[in-house]
Design a binder for this molecule. Structure first.
Ligand code: SF4
Ligand code: SF4
Length: 351
């Protein structure tokens, strides 16, 4: 078993991951339902967890709204690499006699939660596996962060019946997060509660992060349906201008109603197919994640690029362009009502 442990930890690193670890049923004990390994594999004992770093070269121009496609490609590719490592490692474990199930890095959700897949609850939470195994620790945002690449990492994991030796969690107090809140400042949806913290308990350890308001906020903004920051001075890469209200209640209806307009917008370059959407999903946000790096000056620089990068509008050929907030208003006002309704105005919700 010692050899299997060593091999299992090295395997993801040789395939492109930067860090690996093991969480077990014991080190996950006391956690929320999303750490139940038996959900994907009855009799599971352990999970091998790893992180893959994104190449950050494309991030400044993405945040500054100069080049969306290069970061989108990197993000999609690293998610595929992470899922691919999980598939290969699960195959190796299986052929050594240990049933194993790879977890997708993204885009797979439970059906049996109160709102079904709208809750976007993964079969097993990769974030919690990463915490319990010491692969990463929590930033204030609730994104997991690593020592070198910050939050610019993508997690992957394999759940297995093999009884592996757990690796120790990191001490959250030791990570670089200084509570700068630039992640919250970079979020047009207001997902993170600035006053309330959430705690989770895994294997006798306590981890905390900013409480999240209705998750649908993030789906609505990160999904690209809308994206203007409440200041009106900058946006995500979304050309949508639908409201982002202060209260949580209307978000699910807003999401559903705005998806109709979203589906009628002209297709642009790039995008990908997402399990919950009938139209292509374009990477338009992720700002809370990619603004967060260990170097505080770089964090501030990234936030400034975002906040000074203007407001995105969509041209008739589907291409996106960042312009000043005033110019964006003018362009929207000049559109025929039918075209303007794809981006702004009252949404017909059932509320
Ligand atoms: S942006 Fe700042 S507050 Fe947010 S997680 Fe990163 S270091 Fe922590
Ligand atoms: S991905 Fe975008 S909308 Fe979602 S929480 Fe992060 S910054 Fe906010």
């Amino acid at each position: 078993m010692k050899d299997l442990n060593a091999m299992i930890l090295e395997y993801p690193l040789l395939e492109g991951a930067i860090k690996s670890g093991v969480a077990t049923v014991e080190t996950l004990a006391g956690g929320p339902p999303s750490v139940d390994l038996s959900y994907v594999l009855p009799g599971a004992k352990s999970a091998v967890v790893f992180s893959v770093a994104m190449d950050q070269d494309s991030i400044p121009d993405y945040l500054g709204k100069k080049d969306r496609l290069s970061y989108e490609r990197e993000y999609n590719m690293v998610n595929s690499i992470s899922s691919g490592i999980a598939v290969k490692l699960a195959g190796t474990l299986f052929q050594r006699g240990f049933p194993a199930v790879p977890l997708a890095a993204n885009d797979v959700y439970r059906d049996d939660t109160p709102r079904g897949r709208f809750d976007m609850a993964p079969p097993v939470s990769l974030r919690y596996l990463a915490l319990a195994s010491g692969v990463a620790s929590f930033g204030w945002s609730g994104n997991v962060i690593g020592e070198k690449h910050g939050a610019c990492i993508i997690l992957g994991a394999v759940v297995t019946s093999a009884e592996l030796t757990p690796t120790a969690p990191q001490n959250q107090e030791d990570n670089y997060c200084d509570g700068c809140r630039l992640c919250a400042a970079a979020c047009a949806s207001g997902l993170m509660d600035k006053k309330i913290m959430t705690e989770i308990h895994l294997g006798g350890n306590t981890f905390s992060y900013a409480a999240r308001r209705d998750y649908t906020r993030c789906q609505y903004v990160c999904g690209g349906y809308t994206g203007l920051h409440r200041s009106g001075k900058w946006s995500t890469w979304s050309p949508g201008r639908f409201p982002v209200p202060e209260e949580d209640a209307p978000y699910l209806n807003l999401l559903i109603a705005s998806s109709v307009s979203y589906g009628q917008r002209p297709e642009g370059p790039g995008g990908r197919y997402h399990s919950m959407m009938n139209f292509k999903l374009y990477t338009t946000c992720g700002n809370c994640q990619i603004v967060c790096v260990p170097d505080k000056e770089e964090r501030k620089r990234r936030y400034k690029l975002l906040a000074k990068g203007g407001v995105v509008v969509q041209n008739e050929d589907g291409t996106l362009e960042a312009v000043s907030p005033e110019e964006a208003e003018k362009r929207l006002a000049a559109m025929e009502p039918e075209r303007r309704a794809l981006y702004a105005g009252d949404l017909k919700t059932s509320d």
